[in-house]
Design a protein around this ligand. Structure first.
Ligand code: FE2
Length: 212
């Protein structure tokens, strides 16, 4: 994984090394290739890329965010979907297609637990656990700030996490509809809470960008 390799965080490297070892032990080379490369094997309604490539693109987006804003969500974003590995392996072994996003239910919590086990802090755990909240709160965006306990610094990191995640999804038909809605939610949240313009602009641009 190119972006992971550029991160130089031994906690992230160790977590992915453990995940890859688990994949090799249970599924071998074919599943490893599929986790990284196969488009159809990862929730194609919402994702244009494989699970591994998505995670890597999100880590790359976090590096862009760090350069643009000085705010660091690189390590949590590099681990944000590592909890999908066990789902992927299980469905592969059971001969299912691994293509329904609901098969990955609960992956946010599993990713957060893996991050904690590898030494990431509480704040990173929070960002990972709630990285998908934007999609779930399109109609109730006020719940996002409430979840942050009124902490604006935490809100900024969560918003940047939403943007990085969106960036790594590519442009499926469903994303063409949803990503402008996420960008609008981010724009409104930033204005409502008086967040720095650089956060708003970086997050909105990333949400509307990304590889096709
Ligand atoms: Fe993701």
């Amino acid at each position: 994984m190119l972006s992971i390799a550029r991160i130089k965080d031994s906690r992230v490297e160790n977590a992915w090394r453990d995940a890859e070892e688990y994949i090799h032990q249970t599924g071998g080379k074919a599943i490893s290739r599929s986790f990284m490369l196969c488009k159809s094997a990862h929730a194609p309604t919402w994702h244009a890329h494989s699970a591994g490539r998505h995670n890597d693109l999100v880590a790359a987006a976090a590096l862009i965010v760090l350069g643009a804003t000085g705010i660091n969500v690189v390590s949590p974003m590099a681990l944000h979907d590592i909890g999908k590995v066990s789902d992927f392996v299980r469905y592969w072994q059971e001969g299912e297609s691994c293509s329904d996003f609901q098969q990955y239910n609960g992956h946010e919590e599993r990713s957060a637990q893996i991050a904690i086990a590898h030494g990431l802090n509480e704040e990173s755990q929070f960002v990972i656990r709630y990285h998908a909240m934007a999609y779930r709160c399109l109609r109730n965006p006020e719940q996002i700030f409430e979840k942050c306990g009124g902490d604006k610094d935490l809100l900024i990191k969560l918003i940047l996490a939403f943007a990085c995640d969106a960036y790594g999804k590519g442009w499926t038909k469903a994303q063409k509809k949803q990503r402008p809605q996420i960008a609008f939610l981010i724009y409104n949240l930033c204005n409502q809470h008086g967040l720095p313009p650089v956060v708003r602009e970086t997050a909105v641009l990333l949400t509307l960008d990304g590889q096709r």
